[in-house]
Design a protein around this ligand. Structure first.
Ligand code: FAD
Length: 332
């Protein structure tokens, strides 16, 4: 099942699949730092939140080992342990954490309606969407093989582990240019692997890249494989693929950073909630409010800029406070 594809429950055949209806004050969708933090605040405000975890209980951080930049863990912590701590804290105040996937939403009238697993209808006074975003990968086998062993989709998260080493950044847009200049401040050498013969990044970002002496752009190169014994030691690239001048090139690197974009997990909601061109949910600046009253968004699903655990948690807190105030103001 494509969990992000909206289903139309106005269609009678779909309606008949609904087996139960439940009314809740605060529904939280997603179990990453944003969702659990919203749950902690909502539970302590007596909103009796129900949280659906989605397929990835604990969110993106459960796929990483060391997290060193989340405040409160001076010695660092593994992603799964940290997310267990989040969950325990949310449950301690009474959050009802359930496994389930939001498969459809109808925000056209009150109460808001969200379908879980295609057969359970939740009617909610407030909804907090915290479904995260998924980094895009090239789709080569080696990315999986070396996950957490040299492959990363987040320079801010993992760049520190490559201090003084050589790394490559894949991509030619603004994110890739930003990640490359960030890494250039930490690493000995940064290769930018760019498929085309131009950068898509803004002129300003291009200038920053061009003026950074330890960044080397590999124009018209595509990464096809990675190699190394106990982690990434190098990448195999194809230069000018599909042309008579095609050649295979190997570079020695310790880290391979993907910077080819993210997909926000917003498809289920985008029928009703305004999004940007990429699909990030739009919130009213300085708040977690969306264009639909009573529906709030937090974390990476509404954040194309920072995408960090601490910013996700912060916006989860905002969403719970906004939900609580909305309920108080509307007397619901
Ligand atoms: C490998 C890796 C390492 C990272 N390292 C760091 C780091 O060191 N420090 C740092 O600050 N950040 C790090 N990040 C980034 C950080 O993980 C994210 O910024 C953060 O997890 C975003 O939190 P979130 O709550 O918005 O979403 P996520 O953590 O993405 O959680 C989204 C949740 O929504 C659920 N969901 C999705 N769709 C549905 C649906 N339809 N119905 C129900 N639930 C749904 C998922 O199951 C998941 O539980 C890393 C990311 C990755 C991938």
């Amino acid at each position: 099942m494509d969990i992000f594809k909206p289903m139309d429950i106005s269609d009678d055949s779909k309606k008949s699949e609904i087996e139960s209806v439940e009314k809740v004050r605060c529904l939280i969708i997603g179990s990453g730092p944003a969702g659990y933090t919203a749950a902690i605040y909502a539970a302590r405000a007596n909103l009796k939140p129900v949280l659906y975890t989605g397929l990835q209980m604990g969110g993106q951080l459960t796929t990483t080992t060391e997290v060193e930049n989340y405040p409160g863990y001076p010695e660092g912590v593994t992603g799964p342990v940290m997310m267990d701590d989040f969950r325990n804290q949310a449950e301690r105040f009474g959050t009802d954490v359930r496994f389930g996937i939001a498969t459809d939403a109808d925000f056209s009238s009150l109460p808001h309606k969200v379908t879980i697993d295609g057969n359970k209808l939740i009617e909610a006074d407030t909804v907090i969407i915290s479904t995260g975003a998924t980094a895009k990968y090239l789709g080569i086998e080696a990315e999986q093989k070396y996950a957490g062993m040299g492959v990363s989709a987040c320079a801010t998260c993992d760049g520190f582990f490559y201090k003084g080493k050589d790394v490559a950044v894949v991509g030619g847009g603004d994110t890739a240019a930003e990640e490359a200049t960030y890494l250039a401040g930490l690493c000995r050498k940064v290769y930018m692997i760019v498929r085309r013969d131009v950068l898509r990044a803004s002129k300003a970002m291009q200038n920053r890249v061009m003026n950074t002496p330890n960044i080397e752009i590999l124009w018209q190169h595509q990464a096809v494989d990675l190699f190394g014994e106990n982690g990434v030691e190098g990448a195999t690239l194809v230069k000018k693929k599909g042309t008579p001048e095609e050649e295979t090139v190997k570079i020695k690197i310790d880290g391979f950073f993907l910077a080819i974009g993210h997909s926000p997990n917003s498809g289920v909601f985008s029928k009703f909630i305004d999004t940007d061109d990429v699909g990030y949910l739009k919130t009213i600046p300085g708040t977690s409010r969306t264009n639909v009253t009573g529906v709030f968004a937090a974390g990476d699903v509404q954040d194309p800029h920072y995408r960090q655990a601490v910013t996700a948690a912060g916006s989860g807190c905002m969403a719970a406070i906004d939900a609580e105030r909305y309920l108080a103001e509307t007397g619901r």
